[in-house]
Every structure is written in structure tokens, then in C-alpha cells.
Write a protein that binds this ligand. Structure first.
Ligand SMILES: [Zn+2]
Length: 220
């Protein structure tokens, strides 16, 4: 059976469905028009307003709301790795290369080794890995490491968040950071403090600029 017929066969058994309302959709990964309209909202987080000192810019594709909120939660805490394809799909059609013209490589925000063992995967890596290849950008998942096992940021106040994440990251390969324009990626941005802490490490190691891109924004 050729790949083409195999995929038709699989579509009959497992037809593509919207991950939020389960309506049938055109292709695997896609969201239905209505659910998409509820969440899609490409916007830039104001780095000055959020007092982020190291990030040049930060863009989020959707609002952290409705079906998306549940899907991100299930992917992180209920082993629902299957949602990665739906989160990656949200990145299509946003003309991101136009927004980040000078990027050389893509770096995901790392998990601490203990959390990685517990979860079995870094959700950010499985969402963005294929995407970065499609964008013809170098994918460097090992450039940053999380050395400190931190409390989840959402449990803390703004001041405590800064303290909690301070010194949490390090770079394994400073030689690969120098003079690079790096795109940091994560599933969600709220205060931007975690992304800015990563950017700080990269800038101190000699990166020219650090941008950020996330699927969802819970920022005000
Ligand atoms: Zn839907």
C-alpha cells in the first residue's frame, strides 16, 4: 500500500478533528474555524512595560483561554503528547519569518532533569522541533540547561517569581551562542520573567539578540 493510500485509509479510521470541540476538520492538527476564532490573537508582549531587560521582542500567537488552556494543561500534566500537532498547527500562517528576519537558531526553554524524567518529554520541544526544521532554522535544544529545580512560576507572586527563577539557567555551549540571533520558544508566556532569564544567560554568553515566541499568552 502506498503512503498516499495508507493516509486515506488512516483518515477514514481516525478522521482529523478539532482538538477542542471534536468537529471534523480538513487536516490533522487543524482547529475548526469557531474554536480558532476564540483563541487566535497574534500579539507582541511589550517588553518595556513588563520590564524585560534582555529580550528584544516577544510574540505570542494565541490567548491562553478556552480549549487551548485545557489542551496545554493536559499536555503538561496528563501525558497528552498527542496535542503537540495541534499546538504546532497554530504557528502556521502567522508569517513568523517576516517578524524574526535575522534569526539563526531556535532554542526551547529547558525543563529541569527531574521534571523531564517525571513527564517523559519537554512539551515545548515536541511542539517546536519540526516547525523549526520547516522554517530552515537550526534547532538547538541543548544550548540551555535548567540547573535549578524551581517551583512552578504560576504558584508565585511577581516578586517571588523573579527570585525563584534567578540563576536557574546556564548555557552548555557558550561558543555556539556568540554573535547569534536566537529565537527562544516556549508554550506559554505570562510575565515573561522565565524567558528573560534565559535571554540574560544567552546575552551574557555573547548572543547578539534574543527574541521569544510562544503559543499562548496569559500576559495582561
Ligand atoms: Zn472546534
Amino acid at each position: 500500500m502506498t503512503t498516499h493510500y495508507w493516509s486515506i485509509f488512516m483518515d477514514i479510521i481516525y478522521p482529523p478533528k478539532c482538538p477542542s470541540c471534536k468537529t471534523l476538520v480538513q487536516e490533522h492538527g487543524a482547529w475548526c474555524q469557531q474554536c480558532l476564532a476564540n483563541i487566535l490573537s497574534v500579539r507582541d508582549i511589550n517588553v518595556m512595560e513588563h520590564r524585560l531587560k534582555y529580550l528584544s521582542a516577544c510574540r505570542a500567537v494565541c490567548e491562553y483561554t478556552g480549549g487551548l488552556k485545557r489542551i496545554i494543561h493536559d499536555m503538561k500534566f496528563r501525558q497528552q503528547k498527542k496535542y503537540a500537532i495541534h499546538l504546532k498547527w497554530l504557528l502556521t500562517g502567522c508569517r513568523l519569518p517576516d517578524y524574526f528576519p535575522e534569526i539563526n537558531c531556535v532554542v526551547p526553554v529547558p525543563l529541569h532533569i527531574e521534571r523531564l524524567k517525571e513527564r517523559g518529554y519537554n512539551q515545548t520541544e515536541i511542539i517546536f522541533k519540526e516547525w523549526s526544521k520547516e522554517q530552515k532554522l537550526r534547532w538547538l535544544p541543548d544550548l540551555l540547561v535548567r540547573e535549578k529545580h524551581t517551583i512552578p512560576q504560576w504558584e508565585l507572586t511577581l516578586t517571588d517569581r523573579k527570585q525563584n527563577i534567578k540563576g536557574a539557567f546556564n548555557t552548555t555551549r557558550p561558543d555556539r551562542v556568540k554573535k547569534q540571533n536566537i529565537l527562544l520558544v516556549d508554550d506559554i508566556v505570562t510575565t515573561g520573567i522565565t524567558l528573560d532569564e534565559c535571554a540574560k544567560v544567552l546575552k551574557k554568553a555573547g548572543a547578539t539578540s534574543v527574541y521569544a515566541l510562544t503559543i499562548a499568552s496569559g500576559a495582561r
